[in-house]
Design a protein around this ligand. Structure first.
Ligand code: DX5
Ligand code: ZN
Length: 219
């Protein structure tokens, strides 16, 4: 049996009741806080920025997993470290010098993640996989919560898992977008280690038990 990490996405929280929703995650079986930062340029949406993450960090008692959907993320690596990020994920498509960016994240003492858009092949990571602590496979086009899951994701997970094994890398596989009780088990069976869930958790009548159910389902 496996300890699949569950990372509720704060993007789907009620921002007028943010402290309540953060405490809900603290008091649940969730493993990580998933924080979506969008700049309105890399993706066609703007989520929230530094002051909000600072407020989240003052209450959050679990690992903070920051997903940067921004252009030129190198500009803000040390800022996100100061704001409490434990894992910092940049987009493959936003980094001209990805290897350098990963070293800069790790030099700040954070785990380094790389996110792939749905059209970006996992094969492109072959020469850098040993430097990556986590690959985030986007199972929707980034920018919005509540979209439907792209089925090709399973093939990408299996391909990535094979690459990680072949290169003897120590890389987690995270899945982000459209995760529910319907696909969670199959994602883990394909090789996923971390599941992000936004609208599925926060639109549930009982988010705490929904998170607990995801833990049981993915054991
Ligand atoms: C999308 C974000 C996701 C989003 C997931 O750009 O990266 O983390 O919050 O939301 P759901 O689970 O509703 O698809
Ligand atoms: Zn995300």
């Amino acid at each position: 049996s496996k300890n699949t990490l569950i990372a509720p996405s704060v993007l789907a929280a009620d921002f007028a009741n943010l402290q309540r929703d953060i405490e809900m995650i603290n008091n649940s079986e969730a493993d990580w806080f998933h924080i979506d930062i969008m700049d309105g340029v890399f993706v066609p949406n703007i989520s929230f920025g530094m002051p909000v993450l600072d407020a989240i960090n003052r209450h959050a008692k679990k690992t903070i997993d920051v997903h940067l959907m921004i252009v030129d993320p190198d500009r803000y690596i040390s800022t996100f470290k100061k704001l409490g990020a434990d894992v910092l994920t940049v987009h493959y498509e936003a980094c001209t010098h990805l290897h350098r960016t990963l070293q800069a994240i790790k030099a700040e003492g954070m785990k380094a993640g790389v996110a792939l858009n749905p059209h970006t092949s996992v094969d492109l990571l072959e020469d850098v996989i040993q430097d990556i602590d986590m690959v985030c496979i986007m199972s929707v086009n980034p920018g919005f919560g509540g979209q439907s899951f792209i089925e090709n994701t399973y093939d990408k997970i299996r391909k990535l898992k094979a690459l990680i094994v072949k290169k003897n890398a120590n890389t987690l596989i995270e899945i982000d977008g459209g995760v529910t009780n319907i696909n969670a088990k199959a994602l883990v069976d394909a090789g996923a280690d971390v599941l992000v869930a936004g609208s599925y958790v926060f639109s549930a009548e009982n988010p705490v038990s929904t998170i607990a159910d995801l833990k049981v389902l993915t054991r």
